[in-house]
Every structure is written in structure tokens, then in C-alpha cells.
Design a protein around this ligand. Sequence first.
Ligand SMILES: [Zn+2]
Length: 239
Amino acid sequence: MDLIPAPSPNFNPRTSPPDMILLHYTGMPTGEAALARLRDPGAKVSAHYLVEEDGRVFSLVAEERRAWHAGVSFWKGSTDINGHSIGVEVVNPGHEFGYRPFPGAQIDAVIELVADIRTRWQVPDERILGHSDVAPDRKEDPGELFPWRRLAEAGHGLWAEPAAAPGGALGEGQEGPGVFALQAGLTRLGYDCAPSGVFEPRTTTIVRAFQRHWRPSKVDGVADGETRARLIALLRLAT
Ligand SMILES: [Zn+2]
């Protein structure tokens, strides 16, 4: 694919090959400002790629280098997400500066880029994630408007819409085996959600992150039947 070189100095060596793709939004008023920041030696942040709203793709850091995009993060027991992942910044002002739908040309480019990355590295579908999945208490990107379903229909990432959604809602303050099972399921998928059987504020945060990715029409931190059914269906799909 056509890449526009825009090298960033903000990287260090990897110690293992990447097996995850982490998607972000830039969360700044313009794509130009985001690109400048990701290339600024003083900012100490970067990503491997930046995808503009018109579909242009900038290459900032070589895939075999460790770019600095995830920060403090966790997935499936690992906290070195930068070391494991390829980071893709998708231009969008984000929740702070006027969150808006991702244009079709931009998503087409993201899909082409993800497909291209996967020709080089072993990235399982369940390791195509958003920043909010690995840092749920700090991050909301790429957010509930990101078309994860469309990405999955193009062959990248997990998506599940089970027909039946039995069971009542679980929310903050509740406790018992249902809460324990929910936390265990979220942990098995990869979230940092050690089961306690008590639905603490931390669980709300992680349920909200799950919904932002896999139940985007209801991002409220309450695990209703549909949220829980989708989690169970995703666990069946994950290897
Ligand atoms: Zn991010």
C-alpha cells in the first residue's frame, strides 16, 4: 500500500516480534497537530502509523521497532503492550475536541493497513484491540464510533452478536457468582479484571471498556444480558 514517510525518533528496540495491533484515535483538533506531536522528540510518544480522515497513511516508526503509544497498559497478563504491538493512530478529534464518525475512506485505509500488517506478523483476531481495552481506566480511544463490526466483517478482529441474551443486568454494588463469572470472563478475554465476586467501580470501568468495543450502543458500565451474551460468544471465538 502507499505509505507517506514521516519518521519519528520516538522508539526503541523490540525484544520480541509484534503479535497485536492496537488502534487509537489521535484526540487532537487536527491530524496535522497529531502528526507533529507524534514526531516531536520532546513528546516521547509515537505510533507506527497514522491514518488521516481522507485515507492517507503515514509511516512513522518501522514495524520492527518498539513505538511508544500504549503507556501503562495490560492485556492477558502482559504489561509491555508497546513491546507486543503495532500502534495505529486513526485521526479523529476524539471525545475532548468533537468526536465524530470515522469517514469511509479512512476506515477503508485502516482495513487495508491491518491486512497488510498481518501479511508480515502473526496477529490473531483477538489481539486486534483498542487503546481503551488495554488501558480502560485512562483511555477511551478509538471509542464507540469506531466500526469494529465492519473491521471484523473484513476479516480482522472478533465480533459477536448472539441471537439470545438471557440473564438480568449486573451493576455496581452487586455481588455473587454471576459477578464472579462476569469478571472471570472479562479476565479470560484479556482485561485486567481479577475476579472478586464484588462488582466494584473497577469492574464498571472494565465493563464500559468492553462495551465501547463490543457493545457500542450501550456504554454505561452495566453488564446487561446482551453485554454478557456478547462476552460469552466472543470467548467461544477466541482461541
Ligand atoms: Zn490511544
